[in-house]
Design a protein around this ligand. Sequence first.
Ligand SMILES: Nc1nc2c(c(=O)[nH]1)N[C@H]1C(S)=C(S)[C@@H](COP(=O)(O)OP(=O)(O)OC[C@H]3O[C@@H](n4cnc5c(N)ncnc54)[C@H](O)[C@@H]3O)O[C@H]1N2
Ligand code: MOO
Length: 410
Amino acid sequence: MALLSCSDALELVASKMSALPPNSATERISLGAARGRVLAHSITADRDQPPFPRSTRDGFAMQAADATATMQLIGAIRAGEQWTGPPLQPGQALEIMTGAPVPQGADAVVMVEHVTTEGTTLTLQPGRTLRAGENIVPRAAEARSGDVLLQPGVSIGAAEIALAASVGAAQVTVFAQPLVAVLATGDELVALDETPDAMQIRNSNSHALAALVQEHGGTARVLPPAADTRESLHAAITGARDAAMLVLSGGVSAGKYDFVEDVLLSLGAEFFFTGVAMQPGKPAVFGRIPATPEHPDQWIFGLPGNPVSTQVTALLFAMPMLRALAGEAAAKPSFAQATLTVDVKVKPCLTRFLPARIDSSLTGATVQPTGWQGSGDLNANARANCYLVVPPDATNLQPNDIVTVLLRSR
Ligand SMILES: Nc1nc2c(c(=O)[nH]1)N[C@H]1C(S)=C(S)[C@@H](COP(=O)(O)OP(=O)(O)OC[C@H]3O[C@@H](n4cnc5c(N)ncnc54)[C@H](O)[C@@H]3O)O[C@H]1N2
Ligand code: MOO
């Protein structure tokens, strides 16, 4: 299969994501445990929001038309209280705190800084005027009782938790987290608690992938690494068939011992791409083992073994698919724009993802590559906090160019 362009590969994964059947497995959990989960039902307003005309300032409630006159103070009201006196009459003002309900008869609130008071007499400072509605959020201006506030498919973060809490949703129904089998391959790999021989290396990819899976809303089942033999791969892949997604690392390039694709084919897999015109990540494989009576489709990502390649291709292709399997409606890789601060020269034809640091402030974001020794350089990768995307037709990016970066955060 020919190399697919990076943008075509992204579109292909997105098209498979959009054709997924809805995630039907749900569970009910407490709101406090819902961060990072995907909402499976809609959350509606249990009453108008705000439930009363809310003062947005500490000040004095009155009729705006009266604001030129000297007024009589008739009382005070705090957040959480209700004015029990008669509706305000022209010429009357009521001291009011931020968040308190504006009493009937008043249509504006003047800020405490903008008046002078003497005993029960209140006067607007010279030149101050007041509009009807000023410093008041009318009842139901934010939402009406019964309005849908959060749709199914929303990823739950602090903002969603606050909104759910505001309508009393102590329990929420979320989609079950998809099971993702993580399988590193390679005879050279040893586990963290083993001492590597001189030519062996520690298996870091399984740990990186498990962390990414957790971060993107899946449950990771890390399998013992498979040896570079057909038999070992066959046994490991077959044993993981119950997982919704299988993410492998290594064994997908042109080497004599790269058997991942062969073994997947022998297990009935179909491939959507087996190489992408990108660097790092060129040998990346995306496919599916079709559904059987026992198991639904299993989505397969055969990621290149070089650790930076593994992480870039996981972020670009596998994690969005995981989030879509988890029921998230807007799953996609996270890109941003930044101003490049240095010269970047690359060879054309491949989309590059260079480890880089983005530094953002109130006025925008700048980015510069960290420098690296290629796609095995875990140090450069950890010094970076994003990847500078160099399009396939660019060979020389200049300082002040506006460039795209692939973010690690969602
Ligand atoms: N003749 C060619 N050789 C290579 C090509 C090519 O097109 N033609 N592609 C290169 C590219 S690009 C990449 S990326 C790598 C990918 O190779 P594999 O996916 O087959 O991965 P391996 O060969 O198994 O390993 C590559 C590299 O990564 C280290 N590795 C593997 N697994 C882990 C792990 N779990 N934790 C840490 N490090 C891991 C492994 O030791 C190798 O150093 O192929 C190029 N070659
Ligand atoms: O695509 Mo590879 O990831 O250059 O090392």
